[in-house]
Design a protein around this ligand. Structure first.
Ligand code: UDP
Length: 362
């Protein structure tokens, strides 16, 4: 107990993803994870400062906006893609600021899936911990993360076991899961007829399978999220001209959940090993069952037959069967799972335990 009280006076510096400003959606789920972590820790008395690309907004914390050009998202790269940094890199600028400010903080937490912060870790006298938001993608990143994992105990936090197991150093990762402010998500007992699909519109998310399932079942599909690859989205629309889809754009949480909660199910069709899938727990929080491919983080979240269906990966027929058997799923069970496993408090407890462990090894 005393360790926790002492710890809550820690001064924390969070360094955000350099892919886009917080609130843009370019950073995907890690944006929400950062905001939720700030919210719960600030509520517990920590002093949190966030360094983030210019234009970022973070309630509950001081934000220092940093200029520069964004990084290319790592999920667009192949295994052998080398490390690339643009001129006037916001990533470099963020870490230059972090280095200059480090004496004012007890712990720095990196939220970027980028090489530079891992490489720089030994050059900081303030400990740097890393929230790794994706599984293994490139050889260069694997090596950079592995170097930190082996040199410093407990510095690498990940979302799920499945994600950790994509790395050779899985046993050196701390599992953090994710969590939400459940009061921002309203339960809806009687949905409309439609389905939902949420996320960055990018090939690794497999949107075309959800559209194919909507076409086959003739149920409207609401699509929400940042378009990261417009050619890909146009190709899907050409491939399924008759599909009953509606694209609503990228909406802030309040508006997004107002749409999501009225849907019969969320379809999760990822082709890659999804590290977690914040959209799944957002759906569960609204009482919306999840039909997901049995792959990556979603396979650790959905309780098959209770809060949704886990179906054979890449099987549109499996999605369709899941949609047709949705009446077996109790929407209250979905909300209850979110309350039991994915509350802000649960996220806060796991994060505090992580900080205690890693600072103990300092
Ligand atoms: N999201 C949102 N508004 C939208 C659609 C999506 O805020 O209209 C957010 C959603 O809350 C989630 C993120 O986009 O936090 C997607 O994250 P997820 O973990 O599902 O996947 P990632 O993009 O990290 O691969």
């Amino acid at each position: 107990m005393s360790a926790v009280i002492e710890q809550s006076s820690l001064r924390l510096l969070f360094v955000s993803t350099p892919v886009g400003s917080l609130g843009s959606g370019e950073g995907g789920g890690v944006e929400l994870t950062l905001l939720n972590t700030v919210q719960v820790l600030a509520g517990r008395g920590y002093r949190v400062t966030v360094l983030a690309p210019l234009g970022s907004e973070v309630p509950n914390a001081q934000v220092i906006g940093v200029e520069g050009q964004g990084q290319v998202p790592a999920q667009t790269q192949t295994r052998i893609t080398p490390i690339v940094m643009p001129p006037q890199s916001v990533l470099a600028n963020l870490w230059q600021c972090a280095h200059a400010m480090q004496s004012d903080y007890d712990l720095i937490v990196n939220f970027a899936y980028d090489w530079l912060p891992f490489f720089l870790t030994p050059f900081f006298h303030t400990p740097v911990a890393h929230l790794v938001s994706m599984g293994s993608l490139t050889d260069a990143m694997d090596a950079a993360i592995a170097a930190v994992a082996h040199r410093y105990p407990a510095r690498i936090g990940v979302y799920t076991r499945t994600q950790a197991e994509t790395f050779a150093f899985a046993d050196r990762c701390v599992l953090l899961g994710s969590g939400l402010d459940l009061s921002r998500y309203d339960f809806c007992e009687t949905p409309d007829a439609g389905l939902a699909w949420l996320g960055r519109i990018s090939p690794e998310k497999g949107l075309e399978d959800a559209v194919a399932a909507a076409e086959a079942t003739e149920l409207p599909l609401k699509i929400l999220g940042r378009i990261q690859d417009s050619d890909y989205f146009e190709q899907i629309q050409r491939q399924f001209p008759q599909a009953p889809i509606e694209y609503l754009g990228f909406l802030p949480t309040a508006e997004m959940q107002a749409v999501l909660r009225r849907c019969r199910a969320l379809l999760v069709t990822s082709r890659w090993v999804e590290a977690f899938g914040n959209v799944l727990i957002e759906a569960l929080a609204c009482g919306v069952p999840v039909i997901a491919y049995r792959r990556g983080g979603p396979a650790e979240i959905v309780r098959h037959g209770e809060t949704g269906w886990l179906v054979e990966p890449d099987s549109v027929a499996g999605l369709i069967k899941g949609i047709q058997t949705l009446s077996h799923i109790d929407r209250w069970a979905c909300r209850s799972q979110a309350e039991a496993e994915f509350s802000l408090e649960a996220l806060g407890d796991r994060t505090e335990a992580w900080f205690t462990t890693l600072l103990h090894h300092k």
